[in-house]
Design a protein around this ligand. Structure first.
Ligand code: C5P
Length: 315
């Protein structure tokens, strides 16, 4: 039996890097948002043993360094299951692009594997296991709009925002996340790091709470709360270390803003940038404009939690 799962990508709506911890990881505060762009994963269990990864993209590893491989090893042991697991990855998302492609693939494999075996792990066990494989796997067990803290692996579902049109620009640059974190080290002292975290936390709380307060002092119709991000002072710290090294990425951000994005940012450590738009038409027009300027641009939409789960399993 083959199970087919869509492995949706994420963007980061703001990402604050805090202190480097004793275990080498950095404290993070971020909001993850799942989007409609995705890879397709096929999981098949056959007779025999072992794990086989198939992917036409040569940049995707087939050995145990692939997050999919590591999650299968763990899940098969924990479920006490036997068989040969074949994983086929149809790669559409950029590799090392800051959209969490490899992490999303691994979670899709886990969900596909459980379905193929007709066995499932307790939810807490899934969260623990995925966090062991990588900091930005657990978010894909939640989907929608998610608060990420700790090293990014502690995830809390936030109330979903309405589906918002989004343009993704993918420059042909692969950025190593550990290297981007290393570049960040030394930029800040510890007290500064926690002060900034607290400040961003306040900005986020104010922004999220604002949806309920009614803000009667504001004139006119309320915008989509997702588009009010700018006012919450949200930004991605990685821009400070990645943009100087790859100036074309800050150019891409400016191009998105000039094309009418209400909010534009680097996603994760990059190299993908995204822009949020007020309407589908505005996003499509921006995509056309950006492509004419030579940028690899695609239109998609943010994926609220219900949509994320409704569309995850193809079969
Ligand atoms: O958890 P993950 O495997 O995605 O992390 C990859 C690398 O990125 C880590 O080994 C670490 O160097 C860096 N990292 C970090 N702080 C985080 C997440 C990742 O320093 N919060």
């Amino acid at each position: 039996m083959t199970v087919i799962v869509r492995s949706f990508a994420k963007i980061n709506l703001g990402l604050c890097i805090g202190a480097r911890r004793d275990d080498g990881f950095h404290e993070l505060l971020t909001i993850y948002q799942t989007i409609g762009l995705h890879d397709v994963i096929r999981v098949t269990i056959g007779r025999g043993s072992g794990i086989e990864i198939q992917c036409a993209d040569p940049r995707v590893p087939r050995d145990e360094s692939n997050t999919c491989y590591r999650i299968v090893e763990k899940a098969m042991a924990s479920l006490k299951a036997k068989g040969r697991v074949t994983i086929e990855i149809e790669k559409r998302l950029p590799v090392q692009g800051g959209l969490g492609g490899a992490s999303a693939n691994a979670v899709a494999v886990l969900l596909g594997l459980e379905r193929a075996l007709k066995k499932s792990l307790p939810a807490q066990e899934r969260l623990r296991m995925t966090a062991e494989v990588g900091s930005d796997l657990p978010l894909f067990l939640v989907g929608g709009t998610i608060l990420g803290i700790g090293r990014g692996e502690q995830v809390y579902p936030l109330e979903d925002f309405p589906a918002t049109p989004c343009v993704i620009v993918t420059p042909e640059v692969g950025i190593s996340t550990p290297k981007a974190f290393a570049a960040w080290d030394g930029k800040l002292t510890l007290p500064q790091a926690s002060d900034r975290m607290i400040e961003l936390g306040r900005g986020l709380s104010a922004w999220l709470g604002d949806s309920y307060s009614g803000a009667p002092f504001r004139r006119g119709r309320r915008e989509n709360p997702l588009l009010e991000l700018v006012r919450a002072g949200i930004k991605n710290d990685f821009e400070q270390v990645v943009f100087p090294e790859y100036p074309e990425l800050s150019e891409a951000k400016r191009a998105l803003e000039r094309a009418g994005a209400k909010y534009a940012s680097l996603s994760g450590s990059g190299s993908t940038l995204y822009g949020l738009f007020a309407s589908k038409d505005a996003a499509s027009a921006a995509m056309t404009k950006l492509r004419k300027q030579g940028w690899a641009a695609q239109v998609t939409v943010t994926l609220p939690r219900r949509e994320y789960w409704k569309r995850s399993f193809v079969r």
